[in-house]
Design a protein around this ligand. Structure first.
Ligand code: SF4
Ligand code: SF4
Length: 254
């Protein structure tokens, strides 16, 4: 059947900055032990990059269980994925347990600087209390190191090349590792970023842009189409387009 738009629909836009992580995880064909948050939508088409989701904080426990059951070689193909607020709520113990029990897995912390799923509440990593009073701000990188993880990388969630390299490096390492994929939730921005548009003349009709599951992208009249109202200017689609057909709006015909 002809694909005309992302089957995820508009609700999936809450995956915002996490979309690129799931795109890369799917590309690398990794086993993904997921967790509870807006990013759980990474399990839905077209991303379909989450293999388990049990309860808050279960991601790394599942990944560790897979390593115990299938061995350290299999663990090279497994990652745990958890949001920043969920990690601080109930994920830290799983990381400590993995270090303590000799695990060699990789945890990706999707840091969007908020608790997006339940309405953008603050958490100990934002520097504010739930009633938005100033509070001590904990550092995710320092927490990971304090729990005994020596391999910690912080990467930009909007840079697919950097994401892929970091995930390949850390899953290959035979020791515990943490990747913090960082970008604030797109819905937190007060000002709209410059949006992107497709140049129909340069479009190859390959539909690769639809694989991102971005609700702003559809396919019509033989070329990709970007809805400027839904586009948040993340630039991910420009990184997957082989025809260089996607550029900032106003520059697509240059
Ligand atoms: S060439 Fe670019 S804009 Fe056109 S369908 Fe392919 S990825 Fe989408
Ligand atoms: S820049 Fe591309 S991927 Fe990002 S929101 Fe806009 S259309 Fe979607």
């Amino acid at each position: 059947m002809e694909r005309r738009c992302s089957p995820q629909g508009i609700a999936a836009d809450v995956t915002g900055p996490h979309r690129g992580v799931f795109y890369v995880l799917k590309k690398l064909r990794l086993v993904v032990a997921g967790d509870i948050g807006c990013y759980t939508l990474g399990a839905t088409p077209p991303l379909q990059a989450m293999d388990s989701c049990i309860c808050m904080g279960a991601s790394l426990g599942v990944a560790m269980g897979l390593e115990k059951a299938r061995g350290a070689d299999f663990a090279r193909r497994v990652v745990g994925v958890i949001g920043d607020s969920t990690f601080l709520h109930s994920g830290m113990t799983g990381l400590l347990d993995m270090v303590y029990n000799g695990g060699t897995g990789t945890l990706i912390i999707l840091d969007n600087s908020t608790t997006a799923m339940t309405g953008h509440q603050d958490h100990p990593g934002t520097g504010y209390t739930a009633s938005h009073q100033p509070a001590p701000k904990v550092d995710l990188e320092q927490i990971a190191r304090a729990l005994g993880v020596h391999r910690v990388q912080v990467v930009d969630s909007y840079n697919l090349e950097t994401l892929e390299r970091a995930i390949q490096e850390e899953t290959a390492a035979r020791e515990p590792s943490v990747i913090i994929a960082r970008r604030p939730c797109a819905l937190l921005k007060k000002e709209k970023e410059a949006v992107y548009a497709v140049s129909p003349d340069n479009c190859l009709s390959c539909r690769y842009c639809l694989d991102l599951g971005c609700p702003a992208i559809s396919f019509s009249d033989g070329h990709g189409v970007i809805d400027p109202v839904l586009c948040n200017g993340c630039g991910l689609c420009t990184q997957v387009c082989p025809g260089e057909a996607i550029r900032k709006a106003g520059e697509e015909d240059e």
